[in-house]
Design a protein around this ligand. Structure first.
Ligand code: MTE
Ligand code: MO
Length: 364
């Protein structure tokens, strides 16, 4: 087989773009994907490498000053607890990062994702609240930090940051976070966190820790490099020490067309796309087929779930040959709308500006 770059599943080049230990789904491959992205097509974001964890000997250990006493759960024990099923997106905070360079002419550091660092799946698992309650959560608990079983993250300069971990506030942990063991009706695949991962709806993908080994519950705030040194906004527009740790994702939209697609003049084309927001359901999507001069509202199709995405389509019959820019702009139920420009930040997080998608129209 192929040399292991840190991801176990095959990554056919027509479906994925690889970035070292990460692989994003190509948007043009979204055309035959429904609301849920199949597991074999789902993007993978690994700080190091996918570990193979044996579910039968795996133990989830809960510990810390926010619990009455430490407690462990085995895989079978977890599967026997009352479960819930829900649709949710996982999206990398760096999704769309390459657009800081291509659209805003200022490069940001990090994996040059296009817009394919997102997927929606149907997750099944145990509410984290259930496991915390059964572990004797104390009223003074404030932070909950899951830690992955993947290898420690060591930078190119040799700095060892330890295992991937990041706290979330107890209120979010008790609200809608899942300890998920199924993805689209199958046991979690190795690359997506087998045997158990967190799913933190609406939040940056990093919060959804994969291959969970232990969870610290604390009566004092918790810190890790993933909420101090990274996954905060740094740069001109932000305080010198950085903005607060990133939480909820912004509003985004994308056309399901290849970048620089070629379309034939004088013929109707059905243009499809998707919009999503960490803040809630999508309320409205407008598109412009002439570079932003005129806008029209488009019809939303199929499910429209908070913290997932909604699909839309518009029919376009281009007449003029040559280059065109297609734009889509969504508004979510809280009234948040995509801006024309995302203020720059050094690590290129949370690109939410309206994407200017180039296409070329040719004679039929
Ligand atoms: N959990 C662990 N243990 N290690 C990781 O490297 N990457 C995080 C998160 N959980 C990561 C992790 C990041 S940055 C993202 S965007 C999501 O997992 C990606 O989830 P996926 O690979 O299932 O798409
Ligand atoms: Mo991420």
């Amino acid at each position: 087989g192929r040399p292991a770059p840190g991801i176990v599943k095959p990554l056919p080049p027509e479906l994925f773009t690889e970035h070292e230990t990460n692989a994003e789904m190509r948007w043009e491959a979204m055309g035959d994907v429904g609301f849920h992205v199949p597991n074999e097509r789902f993007f993978v974001r690994n700080h190091t490498r996918t570990p193979i964890v044996d579910a039968e000997t795996w133990q989830l250990r809960l510990h810390g000053s926010g619990l009455a006493a430490p407690r462990s759960f085995g895989y079978r024990e977890l599967l026997a607890l009352p479960s819930v099923t829900r649709d949710a997106a996982i999206e990398c905070a760096g999704n769309g990062r390459s657009l800081f360079a291509s659209q805003q002419h200022r490069r940001a550091e990090g994996t040059p994702w296009g817009l394919g660092g997102i997927g929606v799946a149907r997750w099944r698992g145990v509410p984290l609240a259930t496991v915390l309650e059964r572990s004797g959560l104390t009223p003074d608990a404030v932070d909950v930090m899951a830690r992955g079983l993947d290898p420690v993250y060591v930078t190119d300069d040799g700095v060892d940051y330890g295992r991937v971990r990041r706290p979330i506030p107890v209120a979010k942990a008790m609200h809608d976070v899942l300890l998920a063991y199924e993805m689209n009706g199958e046991p979690l695949p190795p690359d997506h966190g087998h045997p158990v991962r967190l799913v933190v709806p609406g939040w940056i993908g990093l919060a959804s820790i994969k291959w969970v080994g232990d969870i610290e519950v604390s009566a004092a705030p918790l810190f890790s490099p993933w909420n101090t040194e990274f996954y905060r906004m740094f740069g001109d527009a932000y305080p010198p020490g950085g903005g607060p740790p990133l939480t909820v994702q912004g509003v985004r939209s994308a056309f399901e067309l290849p970048w620089d697609a070629t379309l034939t003049a004088g013929r109707p084309h059905v243009l499809r796309g998707r919009s999503w927001s960490g803040g809630g359901r999508i309320a409205d999507v407008e598109v412009s087929l002439d570079g932003g001069a005129h806008w029209q509202r488009v019809a939303l199709r199929g499910p429209n779930t908070a913290a997932a995405w909604t699909r839309w389509q518009v029919v376009w019959r281009p007449e003029r040959t040559g280059p065109h820019l297609l734009l889509a702009r969504a508004t979510d139920e809280t009234g948040a709308v995509q801006p024309d420009r995302t203020p720059h930040n050094d690590f290129g997080y949370l690109f939410d500006a309206v994407v200017r998608h180039p296409v070329t129209v040719v004679d039929g």
